[in-house]
Ligand binder design. Structure first.
Ligand code: DHB
Length: 510
């Protein structure tokens, strides 16, 4: 009996030893790099490329739970770049998450998000760049976000993350919520854990992403050090360290998913034609389709839920006045959304753009004085059918995001489940919370990023304009530095204004 127990203990400790010795080391290996020579805007420079670093000790998936880190050579030679040193350089942290799909880390070769990059679209089709029909000219080659950031003297660290379609070797799903945010937080911990061993200031991490990646960027910024994620991080063997970041850059964040359906219908109810497509979908030249009677009814029901939600937030404008909506969806909150659109048109006009094509704008001399909101929505065009996110037949990517290890798709709202057309379960509410930055603003045991830059194109209908306005206003109301613009006529895309983005970062970090 006794020997049996001793043998068993030896076996366990041997197994433990061999297991621990096989674990990847989370210390940054400064000598394991490849030198890369890059050219940006006519300037040639050298970086050290550290690629495919597994950032946790117990990875579930080594294809995605890895990070690429690029560091300007200057910082190893005691030199300065753009006024930064090895100690002060910000760490730019872009993710490539698209459509809540699994995402590889960014590399030196990629085009920016939304420019035919390798982001995975919502419908699981290959990227636009690979699907260009014959005869369609190539997209203009814009510089890689990573290379542009390096040229500014930033250290660039980009982490891959698991996503909604990923399966383990046993056939179980491994990338359902909250996998992607847990992965990105683990990567932040790696950077903080290695702050002394790596050039770059881990107290100056700037998260960046577009669409689902914008949502992830916002979540990274909102949920710093919150204990909800701790058990997941422990399980992965994340590095010891904090996981809050300094700043957030988010383009068209597809976020606040539990309220996105009602926000979409608040915006588009009454617009009963839709055009599937946009930059993330293959069929973007489809003729418009009509909503069915049933869908129109659903739209009307969802629309009425939105004022209650907005009013419950008790958001305030810059003068401290409550932002509200009446039962018809009109009120000061809607006025604020319209003001953001007008400000965007004004900025375009100031830059010299010919605005005469936009007949829904009222322009007096050099001043955009008003907007015909209804006509603006017609120009924008509805893209999604109601409910836009928690589909009653479980057909969206978001339904897949909220699956479990055994169940591919679930509902994630009360409305979705109550009105479901299929036999479906509903995800645990905690997971919906853990995917929504709104629940983590100003919470105790949480460190929110101090600075936020949110952009949502004025022609982007992948989610309601209200989503970014709510997030920005909630941040501002907590005393956090947050700014939002709706760049004029931009469809669903990101990283289209890198000069402005980097000027904002320099303004915060220099
Ligand atoms: C993305 C686009 C969507 O319309 C959506 O619902 C979720 C994600 C994306 O482009 O990442």
């Amino acid at each position: 009996m006794k020997t049996h127990l001793i043998n068993f203990c030896m076996m366990v400790s041997l197994a433990f030893c061999s297991f621990t010795s096989a674990k990847p080391d989370l210390s940054f290996q400064a000598q394991k790099y490849v030198t890369q020579t890059l050219t940006f805007e006519g300037k040639t420079f050298t970086v050290r490329a550290y690629e495919n670093i597994i950032y946790v000790t117990n990875p579930v998936d080594t294809v995605y739970q890895k990070m690429n880190i690029y560091i300007p050579e200057e910082y190893f030679l005691g030199k300065k770049l753009n006024g930064y040193t090895a100690e002060t350089a910000p760490i730019f942290f872009p993710n490539k998450v698209g459509g809540y799909m699994p995402a590889q880390p960014a590399t030196l070769k990629e085009m920016p998000m939304g420019m035919g990059s390798n982001r995975s679209p919502m419908n699981g089709m290959p990227p636009m760049g690979d699907r260009r029909p014959e005869g369609v000219p190539a997209m203009p080659q814009k510089p890689s976000t990573v290379v542009a950031a390096l040229s500014k003297g930033y250290v660039v660290a980009s982490a891959g993350a698991r996503g909604r379609t990923l399966k383990g070797s046993n056939g179980e799903y491994t990338g359902k919520a909250p996998a992607a945010i847990v992965d990105l937080k683990a990567a932040v911990r790696y950077l903080k854990f290695n702050d002394k061993l790596m050039p770059g200031d881990a107290n100056k991490i700037i998260s960046n992403g577009t669409s689902a990646g914008g949502a992830m960027s916002a979540l990274v910024g909102a949920t710093g050090n919150n204990p909800d994620y701790e058990p997941y991080l422990q399980l992965l063997g994340a590095a010891n360290g904090t996981d809050d970041v300094f700043a957030v850059s988010a383009y068209c964040p597809i976020t606040n998913l539990d309220h996105a359906d009602m926000a979409y219908e608040w915006q588009f109810s009454g617009y009963n034609t839709y055009k599937r497509g946009g930059s993330m979908q293959s069929k973007n030249s489809d003729a418009p389709s009509m909503l069915s009677e049933e869908q129109i009814k659903v739209s009307e029901q969802l629309k009425t839920l939105f004022p209650t939600y907005v009013n419950s937030l008790k958001l305030k404008d810059t003068k401290g006045k409550l932002l509200t909506l009446d039962a018809d969806g009109n009120g000061s909150f809607k006025d604020l959304v319209i003001n953001y659109v007008i400000a965007s048109a004004q900025k375009a006009l100031n830059s010299g753009k010919d605005m005469s094509n936009y007949s829904f704008l009222k322009i007096n001399g050099n001043q955009v004085t008003d907007l015909d909101y209804g006509a603006y929505l017609s120009y924008m065009e509805r893209m999604k059918t109601p409910p836009a996110f928690d589909a009653l037949d479980l057909s969206t990517g978001e339904n897949m995001l909220f699956g479990t290890s055994m169940i591919d798709k679930q509902h994630f709202t009360e409305f979705g489940q109550k009105n479901s057309n299929v036999k479906a379960s509903r995800v645990d509410e905690v997971l919906v919370k853990m995917m929504n930055p709104m629940y983590y603003l100003g919470q105790k045991n949480t460190t929110n990023a101090k600075h936020w830059r949110i952009r949502h194109g004025s022609k982007d209908k992948d989610t309601s304009l209200a989503i970014s306005v709510i997030l920005t206003t909630a941040l501002q109301n907590k005393g956090i530095d947050a700014n939002l613009e709706f760049p004029w006529d931009k469809p669903h895309s990101g990283d289209y204004d890198l000069d402005e983005l980097f000027a904002w970062i320099d303004g915060l970090c220099k």
